[in-house]
Design a protein around this ligand. Sequence first.
Ligand code: LCS
Length: 399
Amino acid sequence: MKNFDLKFNSKAIHAGSKPCPATGAHIGPIYLTSTFVMENVEHAIRVSQGEEEGYSYGRYGNPTETELGEKMAVLENGEKGIATASGMAAITTTLMTFLKSGDHLIAGDVTYGCTYGFMRDILTKYGIEVTFVDTSDLEQIKGAIKPNTKVVYIETPCNPVLRLADIKGSAEIAHNNGASLIVDSTFATPYLQNPLDLGADVVVHSATKYLGGHGDIVGGIVVGSKETIAEIRDPHLKFFGGIISPNDAWLIIRGLKTLGLRMKTHCENAQLVAEYLEDHPMVEKVYYPGLPSHPQHELAKKQMRGFGGMMSFDVKGGFEGGKTVMNNVKLISLATSLGSIDSLIQHSPSMSHFTMSKEEREKVGIMDGQVRLSVGVEEAENIIADLDNALIEVKKVIG
Ligand code: LCS
């Protein structure tokens, strides 16, 4: 018999998705319902006590959410997946599941601004100790371990400076010390890397970005073992309430079916844009893992299957230079968020990373003139022409 191992695009299209069992509709429906009608009280008791699988109330789960969770579990090579109202709901609910007062968390000193803020301001309020280290350096992770360390949290590649963390090395350190490794893989997506295969215990995503892919929803994903996801779902997500809406889950399911097609073009375009920017006289530095100048280019080649669509760059002239680029692009939109089919540009210090203080930002290289670019799937030559015109303006402004 011919090998029938499904490859990425086949899995992205088929996993978890089937025609509607009631009508045969080719595409599964959006189950727009808040509650579910039980057969009788005995049935209600069995479902609510977990003796029988089933749905009882929208906040506890919904068939559209199940389809999305199953698809993502397959794409991440995990046992189970769960979808949440946002990437932040995925991250906060997962961390609250793993940590309690008196525990210690080691996390990257540069992650998405709200992730950093949640750890710095909220977890510490509940008696959880947090140590931020440069997670691109395994020695720093090792050095931060304490007897009460329960979680090592890495974002790789990280937002916005595209630093990588060695997933396999981080997992070894965590596990040798009785801790778990949680990886935010939003920038990579399962098309480019599978943290669970490299030893991570849990992978989280902002589905708002590449997974949805069209800039029209907010959502999050967690994938891990059956036991972990069961614990996240009940009691944590059930109590915190950050479940995804069925409408948004359905749009992410649709988006995922073309994830591979989109990511391939995001990667090809980003490589061309990064090379163009690196050669440009008005650009000081480009942060993109696909460039040989990136300090972790070799690690990127090893643990990823491509370099992604995200990059940052420092423009000559600091804030004035960066601002001039962002105010003069025409095809590219000035907007926070990322991973959409269209190119987005933003000022990380005042947009995605405003939660961090200037000192915290500059310590990790988020400089005031820094621009972050989410390279879309428009034609690369159009994206480059747009940047080229904006960079001509920089020359006029700073001379
Ligand atoms: N993880 C990463 C790496 C992110 O970039 C974001 C959002 C999140 C988690 C949170 O996901 P959300 O709750 O927004 O779905 N990043 C954003 C950004 O750079 N600008 O706006 C949001």
